[in-house]
Design a protein around this ligand. Structure first.
Ligand SMILES: *[C@@H]1O[C@H](CO)[C@@H](O)[C@H](O)[C@H]1NC(C)=O
Ligand SMILES: *[C@@H]1O[C@H](CO)[C@@H](O)[C@H](O)[C@H]1NC(C)=O
Ligand SMILES: *[C@@H]1O[C@H](CO)[C@@H](O)[C@H](O)[C@H]1NC(C)=O
Ligand SMILES: *[C@@H]1O[C@H](CO)[C@@H](O)[C@H](O)[C@H]1NC(C)=O
Ligand SMILES: *[C@@H]1O[C@H](CO)[C@@H](O)[C@H](O)[C@H]1NC(C)=O
Ligand SMILES: *[C@@H]1O[C@H](CO)[C@@H](O)[C@H](O)[C@H]1NC(C)=O
Ligand SMILES: *[C@@H]1O[C@H](CO)[C@@H](O)[C@H](O)[C@H]1NC(C)=O
Ligand SMILES: *[C@@H]1O[C@H](CO)[C@@H](O)[C@H](O)[C@H]1NC(C)=O
Ligand SMILES: *[C@@H]1O[C@H](CO)[C@@H](O)[C@H](O)[C@H]1NC(C)=O
Ligand SMILES: *[C@@H]1O[C@H](CO)[C@@H](O)[C@H](O)[C@H]1NC(C)=O
Ligand SMILES: *[C@@H]1O[C@H](CO)[C@@H](O)[C@H](O)[C@H]1NC(C)=O
Ligand SMILES: *[C@@H]1O[C@H](CO)[C@@H](O)[C@H](O)[C@H]1NC(C)=O
Length: 664
């Protein structure tokens, strides 16, 4: 629509003013925005209307930008030259573009300009400059930054810069955000970022930095050092307050916890995928000397070495080699909401009353070697999600999960847990080796996959309001017929996959909200009878020993069923014919239909056929044969009867005659 409008304007202009009424073929103009992307342009189009605000020339073939080309576009605020082949920019080209605020020169060949040692400036009003992917190396940025006094945001991502010197940003005093992601920075000169009093975001991720020895950027809010080779991070040892909120040290080679500012506002600290074996901070040589000289203060000091992280909300320590975390490490972390310790080597984890972590919502301790776990009274009062999968837990304290008043998600897969038999037969549950999962009213999601559970006692989950229950791969589990009592109106998902079940001896039709039932990979020979309305939408019967399926049961389910998995069962075609024909006609989705086969007999051979291709005739042949056999049998019988009757007549007459003759 905009195009038509503009063409009209051109026509009018062509008449009234001495403007060349060329049709706009290159660019799409809407309001004051011109979109000229992907047009194979080798020069900047001249026919655009005056007063353009945004000019997008990305993905073209521009090589040389000269003044003559740009002179009519002084009104442009946003100029996008992304993905061209620019290798020459006439010095002073942008001088008269006094409105230019955003300049995107990403993915060009600007290193050629730098090689020719010509400056691009001035960029007097540019606030955001993108120089991503231009093959620039150390020192080359000078030609772009020399005269850019208004610059706030600069991206140098994806270049080949190896060193940041004191001169690199010396003239760009107003910079707030610098992105140096994906360069090969090995060295940063002391004071290289100190010329910028407002610098608040610095992205140094994906470089080759090995250490920060004297971090002193008080005003910085975000520092991203992920994907470097960082071995240590040391803050200047002073008492100034730092503004730092986000520190990302993910994927480095840190052996020790960073030495963070004493007075900090840090809320997010990512130390995942490093080489930490504990949470001790490495001390500088000065601090170490101090301690060696003053043996008596050693213990005091090491206790305080844990950083003061009162504002911290997010701490990721996953994928390290941490063996032990003293409970006191969390002493000052009253604001912590998320703690990720997954994939470490911890054998025990304790939270005590001195550091209760009562703001913590998510605790991930998965993939460790945990044997012992204990939470003190009145700790973890806000915890909603607890991840404990893949440990070796066999808890000593039966009531441990009941002490978590907000717990909603409990991930207990791949452990060695047992569920207590209730009502309690043993007196001392506090010291037994089983866990109690009933009467935890906040618990909605419970995962107990692969725990070698041998039994599921009655009322195991009563009073919990569980929505999702995963009991898969507990081969041989004995499920009490009252095990699921209490979940009638809450449970929507139940998995009993891979449990070697031969039959389901409890009434699943009581679970009136159950939508998704997975009983695959068992040895079921029959389905439980559903005689009530059900809510089942997805039913997985894959990989069982089902030969026939009760037509009435399936019909009862059919009202709500949307998805049915049937594959890998020894189904009999003709015994389940009614059911299979119903399946063929219905709209129920069978995702594994390719493996859903059934068997029938023809000429005393067992033949397997995909249930989708089954038809009446495969079973009819057998029926007809039966009919023939019956007819033959009946005919034979009739003949036999006739023969017998005939024989008896003959005998009778003969006897009569004999008798007669006798009489006679
Ligand atoms: C410019 O046009 C291209 C198609 O030619 C479209 O993909 C792109 O989104 C447009 N850009 C803007 C900012 O409208
Ligand atoms: C750009 O300038 C270079 C060097 O001055 C020249 O070799 C090249 O042909 C020019 N390219 C175009 C498209 O004008
Ligand atoms: C910039 O503007 C000045 C004064 O308006 C003019 O003399 C000069 O030619 C312009 N330069 C360009 C490159 O358009
Ligand atoms: C520029 O930097 C500021 C401060 O770091 C940031 O909040 C903002 O999103 C950036 N603007 C753009 C357009 O990237
Ligand atoms: C850079 O500046 C810092 C402080 O401003 C100074 O200590 C350092 O020696 C300088 N480095 C070089 C190479 O000039
Ligand atoms: C740090 O940079 C990496 C890589 O670019 C990115 O994935 C991550 O989200 C960044 N971290 C923060 C805290 O912004
Ligand atoms: C911890 O940091 C906070 C905020 O920066 C400060 O108020 C408090 O005094 C510090 N506590 C200790 C023990 O250093
Ligand atoms: C913890 O970290 C691991 C690995 O980095 C990640 O896969 C997992 O999703 C995280 N846990 C949570 C609860 O976010
Ligand atoms: C676990 O607790 C038991 C006794 O409660 C103790 O003997 C054992 O050393 C603890 N294991 C670890 C790794 O702390
Ligand atoms: C669970 O709560 C019910 C009702 O409050 C109570 O009768 C039952 O004894 C409790 N079970 C356990 C094991 O505490
Ligand atoms: C069927 O289940 C058994 C036992 O759980 C398992 O070993 C087998 O791989 C499964 N087969 C298929 C085809 O899923
Ligand atoms: C259960 O079924 C699996 C395959 O589905 C089979 O390998 C296994 O022998 C069966 N077990 C019993 C006890 O029937």
């Amino acid at each position: 629509m905009g195009v038509h409008l503009w063409m009209l304007l051109v026509a009018i202009n062509g008449v009234t003013a001495t403007y060349h009424p060329r049709p706009v073929t290159h660019c799409r103009v809407v309001d004051r925005d011109a979109n000229c992307t992907h047009r194979n342009l080798k020069t900047i189009p001249r026919e655009l209307p005056p007063g353009i605000y945004k000019l997008d020339l990305s993905y073209n073939l521009l090589e040389n930008l000269t003044q003559e080309l740009m002179s009519s576009y002084t009104s442009v605020h946003h100029l996008n030259l992304h993905s061209n082949k620019i290798q020459f920019i006439q010095p002073g080209l942008f001088k008269n573009m006094t409105n230019l605020q955003v300049l995107d020169l990403s993915r060009n060949d600007l290193y050629i300009i730098a090689l020719s040692k010509t400056s691009v400036g001035p960029l007097s009003s540019v606030r955001k400059l993108d120089l991503i992917g231009n093959g620039l190396y150390t020192g080359m940025t000078d030609y772009f930054l020399e005269d850019a006094p208004a610059l706030l945001n600069l991206s140098l991502e994806g270049n080949s810069i190896t060193k940041i010197t004191n001169n690199t940003f010396f003239r760009s005093k107003s910079l707030r955000n610098i992105d140096l992601h994906n360069n090969v920075i090995l060295e940063i000169e002391g004071g290289a970022f100190n010329s910028m009093p407002h610098l608040s975001e610095l992205d140094l991720s994906m470089n080759s930095i090995t250490c920060i020895t004297d971090f002193n950027l008080l005003q910085l809010k975000t520092l991203n050092l992920s994907q470097n080779s960082m071995e240590s991070f040391q803050t200047r040892d002073w008492d100034r307050e730092y503004e730092l909120l986000y520190l990302d040290l993910r994927e480095n080679k840190m052996h020790y916890f960073p030495f963070l500012p004493r007075r900090n506002k840090l809320i997010h600290l990512d130390l995942s995928r490093n080489l930490l074996t504990g949470v001790n901070t490495m001390l500088t040589t000065e601090q170490t000397e101090f301690m060696i000289n003053d043996e008596s203060r050693f213990t005091d000091y090491t206790e305080n070495v844990y950083n003061n992280l009162t504002k911290l909300r997010y701490l990721d320590l996953s994928y390290n080699q941490i063996k032990r975390i003293p409970s006191s490490f969390f002493n000052n972390m009253a604001s912590l909401e998320m703690l990720n310790l997954s994939n470490n080597c911890m054998e025990a984890f304790y939270i005590d009353q001195d550091s209760p972590l009562n703001s913590l919502k998510i605790l991930d301790l998965s993939f460790n070697a945990l044997q012992n776990l204990s939470f003190g009274e009145n700790t973890l009062q806000s915890l909603e999600e607890l991840y404990l999968q893949a440990n070796s837990l066999s808890v000593k304290d039966s009531y441990i999960f009941r002490r978590l008043p907000s717990i909603r998600d409990l991930h207990l897969q791949e452990n060695l847990l047992k569920i207590c038999d209730l009502p309690p037969r043993r007196q001392n549950l506090e010291e037994s080796d089983c866990i109690i999962l009933s009467n935890i009213s906040t618990l909605h999601y419970l995962y107990l996959t692969r725990n070698s559970l041998q039994s599921l006692p009655q009322y195991a989950f009563s009073g919990s309001g569980l929505k999702v229950l995963d009991l898969s791969y507990n081969a041989g589990i004995k499920i009490d017929k009252n095990a699921l009592v209490g979940l009638e109106t809450s449970l929507t998902y139940l998995s009993l996959r891979g449990n070697q079940l031969h039959m389901l001896n409890y009434d699943l039709s009581c679970l009136s909200c159950l939508q998704n039932l997975d009983v695959s990979a068992n040895n079921l020979t029959a389905l439980p009878v559903w005689n009530k309305e059900s809510s089942i939408e997805s039913l997985n019967l894959q990989n069982n020993s089902l030969i026939t399926l009760e037509y009435n049961t399936v019909q009862m389910l059919g009202k709500t069923l949307k998805k049915l998995y049937l594959g890998s069962n020894p189904l009999s075609c003709c015994n389940s014919l009614r059911f299979l024909q119903m399946v063929q006609k219905s709209t129920v989705d069978i995702p594994d239909i390719a493996t859903a086969m059934c068997q029938y007999t023809q000429d005393s051979k067992h033949i397997e056929i995909n249930i989708a291709r089954l038809s009446q005739k495969h079973c009819a042949t057998m029926d007809q044969k039966n009919v023939y056999i019956i007819i033959i049998i009946i005919t034979m019988s009739l003949i036999l009867v006739a023969v017998l009757v005939l024989l008896s007549r003959i005998c009778h007459t003969r006897a009569y005659r004999l008798r007669g003759s006798y009489k006679a």
